[in-house]
Design a protein around this ligand. Structure first.
Ligand SMILES: [Zn+2]
Length: 425
């Protein structure tokens, strides 16, 4: 509608112009290089208009002749790019269906046609991942680390690759770079923390925990446990280097991070005792025993009364056992003290309680000892020992990673070296 209006308007203007010119005839004379041209104004104007149209047509023809090859090249490039995108799309489909040979072939084709790692990077990496070729995969990940948009995925891929190949140092270096790029990445801070603990890089491990806390990537209970662990490891290192005061402060910090972390409590109690502060050791052990009873605590408690008579040692142990009557280890420790003091009745009472709460081979062995010591009754002793097959070994420091047990707590599993996996169960 608007075009029609414009056309009508222009036509009206042209007609008006023609009429206007016809009403005002005039003559034009041109002298040029000895030539003379006589004509009228309308004829001159018509000639100029015609020449303009002819020149414009000539320009178009020239552009067609000169620009032809360039346009053909551009068309060819468009065709190749299109083929490249088809290869890319088919390649991603092959990756999704797990066809590694097809995916690798199409990735190579897309790479050749599109000549742009930014576009084909993800396909080539996924193809290399499912083909399981580590050398190609490493090269792909390294290429990805060069662009800011894919650098995180590159370093994370290199870390996973290094972990699979058992190169813990390389894995740690790549994990550090990846975490710097994406501090809130799911699971990454935990992996880096373990790698740093394994390498004894305690200060770095603490920094990693700080990042994990700021970005809330670990549950608070796990964060607390890991913090207690790294502080405990630092306390052990301080004690090893002869700095008992620093070791005690760090052990107490570890206890504060996770109040039920008994290895730290036992260590702090032992260091208090060594400093001649038995009262502090006692209150630490008692407050922990009420919420987290453990043989490490009964052992430290017994150590506080080393110089006492056997009877006083029974009295001392009764105080702790009564703080938490539901704790089998309290009854066992009290029974052991009673056996040493030849208080047979007390020993039997508490062994029976322990047997009821948590039957174990150790309790049965103590009952057998009681039968022999009190009544010289070998048959009754053997009857207790015969039940050992049914009773378990009782709780022990067990690695959550490899499942093996150890006689004492350690920051890293003595068998598989995984840090922070030793649990009392
Ligand atoms: Zn282990």
């Amino acid at each position: 509608m608007r075009r029609l209006l414009a056309f009508l308007l222009l036509s009206a203007l042209a007609v008006a112009g023609a009429v206007w010119l016809a009403d005002r005839p005039g003559e034009v004379t041109i002298h040029w290089q000895g030539w003379r041209l006589d004509t009228t104004v309308p004829v001159l104007l018509a000639t100029v208009a015609l020449l303009t149209v002819l020149l414009s047509l000539l320009g178009r023809v020239l552009r067609l002749v000169v620009g032809g090859p360039g346009r053909m090249l551009a068309a060819r490039r468009t065709r190749l790019t299109r083929k490249g995108y088809v290869a890319l799309s088919d390649g991603l489909a092959a990756v999704a269906s797990g066809d590694s040979r097809q995916a690798t072939r199409l990735a190579r084709k897309a790479d050749k046609l599109l000549k742009d790692q930014a576009v084909t990077g993800l396909l080539t990496v996924r193809a290399a991942e499912i083909s399981g070729d580590p050398a190609t995969l490493r090269a792909r990940y390294e290429t990805m680390t060069e662009r800011p948009e894919t650098a995180y995925l590159g370093f994370k891929g290199l870390m996973d690759l290094a972990l699979r190949q058992g190169d813990r140092d390389a894995a740690r270096a790549h994990a550090t770079r990846a975490l710097a790029l994406q501090p809130g990445a799911e699971g990454l801070a935990g992996v880096l923390f373990d790698l740093q603990m394994e390498a004894g890089l305690l200060a770095e491990a603490e920094l990693t925990l700080g990042i994990a806390r700021r970005h809330s990537v670990l549950p608070s209970a796990e964060l607390a446990h890991r913090r207690a662990l790294v502080l405990f490891a630092r306390a052990e290192a301080a004690e090893k280097s002869g700095d008992a005061a620093a070791a005690l402060a760090l052990a107490l910090d570890s206890r504060d991070a996770e109040p039920s972390f008994v290895p730290a409590v036992a260590m702090a109690a032992r260091l208090h005792r060594a400093k001649g502060k038995p009262r502090k050791a006692e209150s630490l052990i008692r407050s922990t025993f009420r919420v987290a009873p453990h043989p490490l605590l009964t052992a430290e408690w017994a150590a506080l009364g080393q110089a006492d008579s056997p009877l006083d040692r029974v009295k001392r142990m009764r105080i702790l056992a009564e703080d938490n009557p539901a704790a089998a280890c309290g009854h066992v420790a009290l029974a052991e003290a009673a056996l040493a003091a030849r208080l047979w009745g007390q020993a039997r009472t508490h062994l029976e309680k322990a047997l009821e709460q948590q039957p174990s081979r150790h309790v049965l062995a103590l009952l057998a000892q009681l039968e022999r010591d009190e009544r010289k009754d070998e048959a009754a002793a053997l009857a207790w020992l015969a039940r050992s097959g049914d009773a378990g070994t009782g709780p022990a420091w067990t690695c959550g990673g490899c499942g093996r047990t150890a006689p004492a707590f350690s920051v890293a599993c003595p068998a598989c070296h995984a840090p922070g996996r030793m649990e009392w169960r």
